[in-house]
Design a protein around this ligand. Structure first.
Ligand code: FEO
Length: 400
C-alpha cells in the first residue's frame, strides 16, 4: 500500500501482517491478519509515531521511503514498547543514528531490556508537549493500555489521537484504512471486540481511566496502531471501548454464552434440554463447542453477555480439560460478574462440578444451579436440565 495523508503533513505509513498465525503467540489471526499502523509527521521537525513488528521492517521502510528520507528523521515517538510496534527500531537507528527516541520513563528501561538501547532516549512527563512547527504533540501517560509504560499522543492543532493499542482491532486493511471507506464496517467492529477481549480487556479499568483523561480534549480523529482509523465517527469506537470496558465491574448485556463439551453426547443431550428452557424465555444464547473453538473467538461473547451456561462432563476425576482451559483464560482476562449454571455427566465418579465451582468462585461468578448425573441423563435429569435453562434465563433478564 502507499502512504496516505490523513491530515496535512501527517501520513499513515502502516503495514499489513498477513503471515503471523498467532498474535502474541496466542491469538489466531491466520484468516484475519492485523495491521501495524504508524504515522509520520513532516514539519520543521519530523517525527514517527510508532513503528512496526520486526518481520515487516523492510516493508515499513519501503512505505516510508515513498514520502520521506528517513536519514533526516528527528524523533521517534514510542507510545508503547511492545515489539509489534517497536521491532523496527534498531533498523531505524541504523539509518538515522542521531534520532531522538521519546517515551515515558518506564519505556526507557524497556528499551534497554529489549534492545540494549540507552542513548538518545528522552524521558517524557505526563502532559508534556513538543512543537514540530505547525504540529504540536502532547504526550499523555495512559499506563496499562496495554503495558505499564503506555502513553497516547494527541496532536493539538489537528485534534488527532494516536492511542496505539487503545481503540484498535484485528484485521488487515484491505479496502481502505478509514471507518468511512471500508465496505464492511461491522466486520472491523467485531474484530475490534475480539482484539479488545483478547488483549486489552484485562486492563479495562485503565482504559476507562485513559478515556477520562481525554474528556476535555476535542477528538476529530482516532488513529490507533492496529485496525481502522476513525475519522467519520471517532465517537463510535470510543463509545464501544467505553461500553466494553465497563463490563469489568458491572453486568454485561442480556444474553448467555454456553460453553459446551461432550465425550459421548450424554452432556450434549442435557445441554439441549437446557437450551430449550432458555429459548422458552426468549433469551439469546451463543453456543461455543470448547473442543473445537479457540478461546480467542469465545471471549467476545463471554465478555459481553452476562450469563454463562457451562456444560461439560467429568474427565478422570476433574472438569473436562477443554472447558477448564477456557475458564482459566477467562480468569486471566478477568471475566467477572457472571450469572451461571453448570451441568454435566459425572461419568462413573464425578469431580467436574467441584472444579467448576472453584473456578466460578475465583472469578466472582454467581452459580444459580449445578447438577450432574451418572452416565447419561434420564427423563428426570432432562426435566431438571430444562428447568435449569428457564431459571438461568430469568435470572439473566432480572438483574438488569
Ligand atoms: Fe500492539 Fe500491546 O501491542
Amino acid at each position: 500500500m502507499k502512504p496516505i495523508e490523513i491530515r496535512p503533513g501527517v501520513f499513515w505509513v502502516g503495514v499489513n501482517d498477513r503471515v503471523t498465525d498467532l498474535f502474541e503467540g496466542l491469538w489466531p489471526i491466520s484468516r484475519e491478519g492485523i495491521s501495524y499502523n504508524a504515522y509520520l509527521v513532516v514539519d520543521d521537525k519530523s517525527a514517527l509515531i510508532d513503528l512496526s513488528k520486526e518481520i515487516l521492517t523492510e516493508d515499513y521502510l519501503a512505505q516510508l521511503a515513498q514520502v520521506f528520507d528517513i536519514t533526516t528523521l528527528d524523533y521517534v515517538v514510542i507510545n508503547h514498547m511492545e515489539p509489534d510496534h517497536s521491532g523496527a527500531l534498531k533498523r531505524v537507528l541504523e539509518l538515522a543514528p542521531s534520532v531522538q527516541i521519546l517515551g515515558m520513563p518506564k519505556t526507557v528501561g524497556m528499551l534497554n531490556d529489549f534492545y540494549g538501547i540507552t542513548e538518545n532516549v528522552t524521558r517524557l512527563s505526563n502532559g508534556e508537549e513538543l512543537s514540530l512547527g505547525k504540529h504540536t504533540l502532547r504526550f499523555v501517560y495512559t499506563p496499562f493500555v496495554h503495558w505499564p509504560e503506555t502513553m497516547m499522543t494527541y496532536m493539538v492543532e489537528e485534534q488527532v489521537l494516536f492511542p496505539c493499542d487503545g481503540f484498535g482491532g484485528y484485521g488487515v486493511l484491505d479496502d481502505g484504512i478509514f471507518d468511512d471507506t471500508v465496505t464492511d464496517l461491522a466486520y472491523y467492529e467485531a474484530e475490534a471486540l475480539r482484539y479488545f477481549t483478547n488483549i486489552v480487556a484485562a486492563f479495562s479499568k485503565s482504559v476507562l481511566s485513559a478515556i477520562s483523561k481525554f474528556a476535555e480534549m476535542p477528538i476529530e480523529m482516532i488513529a490507533p496502531s492496529h485496525g481502522l482509523i476513525w475519522r467519520k465517527d471517532p465517537g463510535r469506537i470510543l463509545q464501544l471501548y467505553q461500553t466494553w470496558s465497563q463490563y469489568y465491574h458491572q453486568p454485561a448485556e442480556v444474553g448467555i454464552t454456553a460453553l459446551f463439551g461432550t465425550m459421548y453426547r450424554n452432556t450434549e443431550r442435557a445441554l439441549n434440554a437446557t437450551l430449550a428452557g432458555i429459548a422458552s424465555e426468549g433469551v439469546s444464547v451463543k453456543v461455543h463447542d470448547v473442543r473445537k473453538t479457540h478461546v480467542s473467538y469465545i471471549l467476545p461473547d463471554l465478555w459481553t453477555r452476562r450469563g454463562v451456561l457451562a456444560a461439560a462432563p467429568t474427565y478422570e476425576g476433574g472438569l473436562f480439560p477443554p472447558l477448564m482451559d477456557v475458564l482459566m483464560m477467562a480468569d486471566r482476562k478477568r471475566v467477572t460478574k457472571k450469572t451461571t449454571a453448570y451441568l454435566g455427566s459425572k461419568a462413573w465418579s464425578g469431580g467436574g462440578q467441584a472444579d467448576f465451582m472453584r473456578m466460578a468462585e475465583k472469578m466472582d461468578w454467581q452459580v444459580l444451579n449445578a447438577f450432574t448425573f451418572l452416565g447419561g441423563p434420564n427423563e428426570t435429569d432432562l426435566s431438571r436440565a430444562y428447568e435449569m435453562g428457564v431459571q438461568l434465563a430469568r435470572a439473566v433478564k432480572s438483574n438488569e
